[in-house]
Design a protein around this ligand. Sequence first.
Ligand SMILES: *Cc1c(COP(=O)(O)O)cnc(C)c1O
Length: 392
Amino acid sequence: MKWMEQELETLAAESLERSLREGVPLQGSPGCIRQGEQAKLNLSSNDYLGLAGHPAIAETIRRELLREGTGSGASRLVTGNASAYTRLEEELASWQQSESALVFANGYMANTGVIRALAGRSDVVFSDQLNHASIVDGIVLSRAEHARYRHNDMSHLRSLLYKYRDRPRKLIVTDAVFSMDGDCAPLRELAELKQEYGAMLMVDEAHSGGIYGTQGEGLCHKLGIKDCVDIHMGTFSKSFGVYGAYICGSRTLIRWLVNHARPLIYSTALPPALVAGISTALHLVQAEHERRERLWDSVKLFRSLLDSAGFSIGSGDSPIVPLLVGDNAKALRFSNALATQGIAAVAIRPPTVPAGTARIRFSLSASHTVKELAEAAGVIRRTGLETGVLRA
Ligand SMILES: *Cc1c(COP(=O)(O)O)cnc(C)c1O
């Protein structure tokens, strides 16, 4: 195992080693976290609507845990398919106005399982260069041709669709909001291209579900193209504040996945109590519009504060705000300096992002107050000057 130590030393020397740090939610301050002895404003969580600490969800889970026990005991196809699943899947289909829905244990398993179920050796998957790692892993597992197109570059995608036009099955897959850049996919153009070339379209709404649309249905609904999306994927681990994922689509798609999606077939079902908790979270996502309003107010405020301070934060319109640093060590220093001043904001480095584009990734939540964000922006500006990321 000597090789391992040597390679880890190299990683550390390049400021690329990652390590686990304990973080505990702070009682009574939902937008904050305790790391070690220090309380910090949590600007790195994906709990966009602030639902992770919602007492109604916790109460449902507690009640159902006592009634149904802790474990589901088996795969959904064996005896793990509790009645909470049936209810949640009906509610999801109705929320998304789709024929049918299927719950997976998490987003990683949904993406890997679904892509592998839809494409094989002779097929081709067209995938944005900045798609989430779980999509990339699904393509690798599928053994299909991986046609990566430049980020949001529709003319590049069109040329690849033309090149592979004779393949039996074609799948275009994209994040709706890109997790490290916070920008949106050109979903209308993607919908047109998929129709023109007879491809299937899969959209991952992990960072847009709960946030866009009048009831948090996601970006596809907001843009009015949901009927062009064949495979609509989202998670319960971000805006929903719980855990798990869903696929919405036609009855035929869901029937196919029940027979072919290996993470569904060969892995134990989520505990029934958790599935019931997701139903409560879905109800809150649909009904509590003020959470979305507060989140969008925060997004506008925080983006304008960082932008007017002179930082490069991209052109996205989402709760993900990347502050571009470039150099790995500098990004790490920036993040550490913020941490000592009570702000948790991680440095994102390669291979998560391309080399030379290390960044601080801020993510906002409905739990943050205007005062917290304004103060944080002041600290970030000062730290930017001290670390040389901002020039005076
Ligand atoms: C987080 C994320 C996933 C994975 O979801 P989990 O439920 O955390 O496994 C998939 N796709 C995207 C775009 C994500 O950001």
